[in-house]
Design a protein around this ligand. Structure first.
Ligand code: SUG
Length: 452
């Protein structure tokens, strides 16, 4: 069965607050007016396009924002409305952190190990702690509740809490974890589903302990220690895990996650020549572990520069195997206007040795402006038929539910949002009304703190 994708639904407070140093789009679009309704509709259309290709597709609901418990913990006391108003007046940057719709980037929700690869035959998921960016570090507890409401059957799914990002004194642990954005699973056949065992490439930005190399300008978000702990927790045999370091220089050029510079599926890896520190050795290890038919397409700097990869998000595409076995790239529209990328895609599609035989360009511009392309917006969950049947059914795509969600967005979302609108007490009320209704549409029960 083809791999399932769960797309993060864009929340009603989607805005541009410049919260992610090292993410060029986020910092350069800071303060722009956002279009939450368009953003959510673009996301729903992307999910629908994949579902219509015959792929299993689901949704992950947004988180409650502004997140009042965060504001309370920061000392903004009083009723929910009062706390928001105080934060808006005294510390708008803290309100922005508590208001980001960043959970839309579902690739950062968790790292997933399918049943064929885990120690106990269940699908294992470790929620990402996202501890490097304060606005994302608050996502984990809600992500765990949400995933447990979607993947309920504990005989098939194990949803682990995030690795601790800080210790009891608040000091950072060795575990910086950004979820699946730094993880790629290859399978010996081009069937990308959960039936066959896979080979896991875990890419880290830096080693927390020791004297390894690290970027100098921007943070390395994923640590080796976090990736190793996840592989251990999930029971993946060591022989099927490869750990590789991202090149510190590309992090300093705005490649804040490895899915901004490479994408893999089945036996195919599309990767920029400067992506990894010890790239040739890693590719050799992958070729040996994946076996015959492993094909790495290395994109040279002369064809697509790292700067253009960051600008166009070529590598932040989804690489999907369709039910008939064809492999297709789902790219952001921004890639279409780049001549080098168009040539590259034509070459890949016409090359008989390359498994990619089609490309689709989609508009996710509102998310792109915060550094999130098609691949960021979804969590890959390779399932078996029985696993898919155990997913909370109303979280899975159907034409009727898609229409219902579109109408829900049109009724609840604002057309535009300016930074100063985050303090509007009406926005808090509107967002809660929207999410309350959404939990009924998706049949996931009262997962939000405001509902408890
Ligand atoms: O963590 N942007 C997200 C984008 C995440 C993209 N995910 C993957 N590459 N898988 C981030 O930097 C920007 C929010 C703001 O600035 O308003 C933001 O959080």
């Amino acid at each position: 069965m083809p791999e399932a994708n769960f797309d993060g639904i864009v929340g009603p407070t989607h805005n541009y607050a410049g919260l992610s140093p090292g993410n060029v789009a986020s910092t350069s679009n800071r303060g722009l007016k956002s279009r939450p309704r368009d953003a959510a509709l673009q996301g729903l259309s992307k999910a629908a396009a994949l579902a219509r290709l015959g792929l299993p597709q689901g949704w992950l609901p947004p988180q409650e924002r502004p997140h009042v418990p965060t504001l309370h913990a920061l000392g903004f006391a009083g009723t929910d409305e009062v706390a928001v108003a105080k934060a808006a007046a005294e510390a708008p940057h803290l309100l922005a952190r508590a208001s980001s719709a960043s959970s839309m980037w579902a690739a950062n929700a968790a790292t997933v190990t399918p049943s064929a690869d885990s120690g106990d035959g269940r699908v294992h998921m470790t929620v990402a702690n996202l501890r490097t960016m304060p606005h994302r570090a608050i996502e984990a507890p809600q992500t765990a509740r949400t995933l447990r409401a979607i993947f309920r059957d504990e005989s098939r799914f194990a949803v682990h809490d995030a690795l601790p990002g800080t210790d009891a004194s608040g000091a950072p642990t060795p575990y910086g974890d950004e979820g699946a954005a730094n993880h790629t699973r290859f399978t010996a056949s081009n069937n990308a589903g959960g039936e066959l065992p896979g080979v896991h490439l875990f890419v880290f930005g830096a080693q927390a302990s020791g004297a390894g190399r690290r970027p100098s300008r921007f943070p390395a978000r994923q640590t080796l220690e976090a990736s190793q702990a996840i592989a251990e927790r999930h029971g993946i045999p060591h022989a099927r895990c490869i750990h590789a370091q991202q090149h510190p220089a590309v992090i300093d050029h705005g490649v804040f996650h490895n899915d901004v510079i490479s994408v893999g599926n089945g036996r195919f890896y599309l990767v920029h020549e400067l992506a990894l520190l010890d790239q040739q050795r890693t590719l050799d290890d992958l070729a040996a572990a994946v076996g015959p038919g492993f094909h790495a397409e290395i994109v040279p700097e002369s064809e697509v520069s790292v700067a253009d990869a960051v600008r166009t998000y070529l590598f932040n595409s989804q690489l999907v195997t369709l039910p008939g076995g064809d492999m297709q790239l789902i790219l952001p529209k921004e890639s279409e206007s780049h001549a080098g990328i168009r040539r590259l895609i034509e070459r890949l599609v016409s090359d008989p040795a390359c498994p990619v035989n089609g490309a689709l360009f989609l508009d996710v511009r509102e998310s792109m402006r915060n550094g999130g392309g098609p691949a960021c917006l979804r969590l890959r969950v390779p399932l078996t038929d029985a696993g898919l049947a155990a997913v909370t059914p109303s979280c899975l795509w159907s034409p009727e539910r898609h229409a219902e969600l579109e109408s829900w967005v049109r009724r609840h979302y604002r057309e535009e949002l300016a930074p100063e609108d985050l303090g509007d007490p009406l926005l808090l009320r509107e967002s809660r009304a929207a999410l309350d209704e959404l939990t009924r549409i998706l049949g996931i029960g009262s997962v939000y703190e405001f509902q408890r």
